[in-house]
Write a protein that binds this ligand. Sequence first.
Ligand code: APR
Length: 227
Amino acid sequence: MNKIVVLTGAGISAESGIKTFRDSGGLWEEHRIEDVATFEGWQRNPKLVLTFYNERRKQLLNAEPNAAHKALVELESKYEVQIITQNVDDLHERAGSKNVLHLHGELKKVRSTVDDNLVYELEGWELKQGDKCEKGSQLRPHIVWFGEAVPMIEPAILFSQEADIFIVIGTSLNVYPAAGLIAYVPTMSPKYLIDPNAKSLPNVKNLEIIEEKAGKGTPTLVKRLLL
Ligand code: APR
């Protein structure tokens, strides 16, 4: 069965009401990355960081998968589909995608600050100071902060190297190593980029740019791929 690899970013969840990062009015216009998305920021002011992620978790409770998330599930009827997402929401899983790899962590999970292997599903939306792991240390958001290692990049590279088709949806391709994955895709494999403000990628062969929102461009592309 042919393998489709899909790299998604915040843009695929925009039509579900979840803010992107770098669009006008995006998250990074409201918060300083160094205050809420770095380990140093966490050490400086854990309460501010906990509140930032609690707010995003609360918002996620009211968000639903959109037509783009759902269209990707339909691809599974004909292809082996591997989602590689930079998003920390669970909208791909809630839409029904079976194989989802989170490069930057998961909003609904928390982890120990003394043992990275101790990861827990968070009940509800609030992680508070004083919430501790089984080893007695404060729990932190299970998010990859800027400057931290991206443990899932190795499997993501392997999936990209085996992609018969590679689809990029809703990412500014600003953040590495995620943005570098497309370079691992076999030259001859068809590649698609769905983004209303897509930037050109002159060094990428066999690329079709679809300047549409994810909610419209993804179902249209999926229909073509299922013909
Ligand atoms: N449909 C498709 N794409 C959209 C839509 C939409 N409705 N709305 C916006 N976009 C596009 C924007 O044009 C932009 O290219 O989504 C992209 C969002 O880019 P960013 O806000 O930079 O988000 P992302 O690329 O996912 O950021 C990568 O950076 O801040 C870190 O860890 C964070 O995972 C995040 C990473």
